[in-house]
Design a protein around this ligand. Structure first.
Ligand SMILES: [Zn+2]
Ligand SMILES: [Zn+2]
Length: 94
């Protein structure tokens, strides 16, 4: 468990992201500690080629429009309760 360097939530499960993808030569390059949803989102939105071309630092990732929107959303999600979101949907009706 640790702090996600992208969304800033703490007490989340941490995965290591290569800022320059391994496939693009970043095996020994800089890494960032990211929570699983942030990490998945980066790779869902962008190919390794796109990441290598313009998203090789945390500030670049944060400045990205689509990722920025995701970060604003994920920040509001409780760190350990992501898996339970579905169950609480019923209660959100007003
Ligand atoms: Zn995160
Ligand atoms: Zn990654």
């Amino acid at each position: 468990m640790g702090v996600c360097e992208l969304c800033g939530r703490d007490d989340v499960e941490i995965t290591v992201h290569h800022l320059l993808p391994k496939e693009m030569g970043g095996t020994f390059g800089a890494t960032a500690n990211l929570c699983i949803p942030c990490h998945k989102q980066i790779h869902a939105l962008y190919t390794n080629e796109e990441i290598a071309a313009r998203l090789t630092s945390l500030s670049d990732l944060r400045k990205d429009e689509k990722l920025g929107r995701f970060i604003r959303w994920i920040r509001k999600q409780p760190s350990s309760k992501i898996m339970k979101i579905k169950k609480s949907k019923e209660r959100r009706k007003r």
